[in-house]
Design a protein. Structure first.
Length: 469
């Protein structure tokens, strides 16, 4: 058994890791032929992409995916630790699995993802869920085949590394669509914002070698993919741990030359945005004019307590530079309300920042204390009622700007990547603009996976309506 430990996860000494290629022990190939699996993914895009790898690995074992968990032979939860509610949802699901296991003793259940990296979660599993098959961490989920097979003879297998292990290339992947793909460029995070659990659950910052990334994108182009999203908790730090003069700007430029129609990247930390990146984004038509730039708070006092390493003023300066240089830029953000000691004045600083930035999209959260992070030790935790009231006021303001920005698009014709048939309306489709806005539209001879010009006819807060030309 290998349990995680946050003290070790926090250590910042550089550790040598190796790049290795994924191999599946031939003994496991089709070991579970005829069995079915259900996977539930709770987290961010990185977790979703991990699930795409895990699904492909399970399929090499012979498993077939199904959507009804109550009929599956294996239930796998790919979990998220970012806020308390993600935690609670996963434990709620484990409770339902427990009932199913009582009826069907052959049911296999596994836990992976960020919650597996938490000491308190593993202790809880050992205490109350020891009937499960395995707990595997974010650094070694490729080991699921071995752990699952061992569990059949030996019972619960817990194998979680506190720190990053080897960087694995050539992992099999079962992508959700044939036109949009995620590509990892950097794993982990070294920023240690005081509220955030990610550096503990995902380890130190590790960039993939540029050749591996470019080859993956080339492959996707050949397969006919239209869009790639370059992924990392902080993509703007790309390359810092590997190269002297090669960062996100250089990588974006090299990817832009590969003739893929759309390039996106998430998430950007404001602190690491440099001129080269801005110039490259503005220069290439296939780099989408859409940037996710989490601000978290508009109060300098709170930003300092959060350890974000920028000020309201420097954030606004960066936003101005981006808007000046990148025509039609759509800017989105993340905001936390109710960080410890946040006063009404601090909160109003956040509202005033929203008034200046007029975000196109914003994910707003109530601060959720995460065990093991420094912010839990700060005095003056804000009362739940106050947090809720601030979230409501903030949401009213951000929604106002979403609608205003969308209204400005009525009458304009914008390229939309078609994703499918609209759920609400017959003969209607939906897709996303280059600026990452959802559009429901009508038209003739529309093909999923193609990019079509759509004239916007109506604006709503969270979507647009239109008609293909
Ligand atoms: N790496 C990205 C995002 C990480 S998690 C970044 O640095 O911006 C996504 C968002 O969850 C964060 O931007 C933050 O707004 C929110 N978040 C993280 N920890 C949180 C916590 N303890 N409580 C509430 N929201 C949190
Ligand atoms: Fe978390 Fe993002 Fe801060 Fe990293 S940069 S610690 S992922 S909020
Ligand atoms: Fe959640 Fe882990 Fe992503 S905590 S947000 S799944 S990195």
């Amino acid at each position: 058994m290998l349990k995680p430990n946050f003290k070790e996860a926090r250590s910042i000494d550089k550790r040598d890791y190796q790049t290795k290629e994924f191999t599946l022990d031939p003994a496991y190939q089709n070991y579970f032929l005829g069995k079915t699996y259900f996977i539930k993914t709770y987290g961010c895009q990185m977790n979703e992409h991990d699930s795409e790898n895990i699904e492909a690995i399970l399929e090499e074992l012979g498993f077939k995916k199904i959507d009804d968990y109550s009929k599956a032979d294996l239930i796998l939860l790919n979990t998220c630790s970012i806020r308390e509610n993600a935690h609670n949802k996963a434990f709620g699901m484990l409770g339902r699995c427990k009932h199913l296991k009582e009826e069907n003793p052959h049911l296999m259940v596994g836990l992976c993802g960020c919650m597996s990296q938490e000491e308190i979660v593993v202790d809880e599993v050992l205490k109350n869920y020891s009937w499960m098959n395995f707990v595997v961490g974010t650094h070694n989920f490729y080991d699921i085949p071995r752990l699952l097979v061992s569990s059949l003879k030996e019972g619960l297998q817990v194998e979680v590394y506190s720190r990053e292990k080897d960087l694995i290339e050539q992992m099999p992947v079962s992508r959700k669509t044939s036109y949009k793909a995620y590509v990892n460029i950097i794993y982990g995070c070294d920023k240690f914002c005081t509220y955030c659990i990610v550096p503990y659950t995902r380890g130190r910052q590790r960039s993939r070698e540029k050749e591996a990334i470019l080859n993956e994108v080339k492959d996707l182009v050949q397969q006919g993919y239209q869009e790639v999203t370059l992924l990392g908790q902080n993509v703007n730090a790309y390359g810092k741990d590997l190269y002297d003069n090669y960062g996100l700007g250089e990588l974006l430029e090299d990817v832009a030359h590969l003739s893929i129609s759309r390039i996106r990247f998430v998430t950007s930390h404001p602190w690491d945005f440099n001129e080269k990146m801005i110039n490259v984004i503005s220069k290439y038509k296939n780099i989408m004019p859409s940037i996710h730039l989490p601000v978290q708070s508009g109060s300098n006092r709170i930003l300092k307590l959060m350890g974000r390493r920028y000020t309201k003023e420097s954030y606004l300066e960066l936003v101005k530079k981006l808007k000046d240089k990148i025509p039609r830029l759509a800017l989105s953000t993340d905001i936390i309300v109710g960080f410890p000691s946040e006063s009404e004045e601090d909160f109003e600083e956040t509202l005033s920042l929203v008034d200046i930035c007029k975000f196109d999209n914003a994910f707003t959260f109530i601060y959720s204390p995460r065990v093991g992070t420094p912010a839990t030790k700060l005095k003056d935790q804000v009362a739940e009622k106050v947090k809720e009231e601030r979230l409501k006021r903030l949401n009213e303001k951000v929604n106002h700007y979403f609608l205003e920005n969308n209204q400005a698009l009525v009458g304009k014709t914008i390229d939309v990547l078609v994703e499918g048939n609209s759920l609400k309306q017959k003969d209607a489709y939906f897709g996303y603009t280059d600026t990452n806005k959802l559009v429901n539209f009508t038209g003739e001879n529309i093909e999923v996976g193609k990019i079509v010009p759509v004239t916007i006819t109506c604006a709503k807060t969270w979507s647009l309506d239109g008609r293909a030309k």
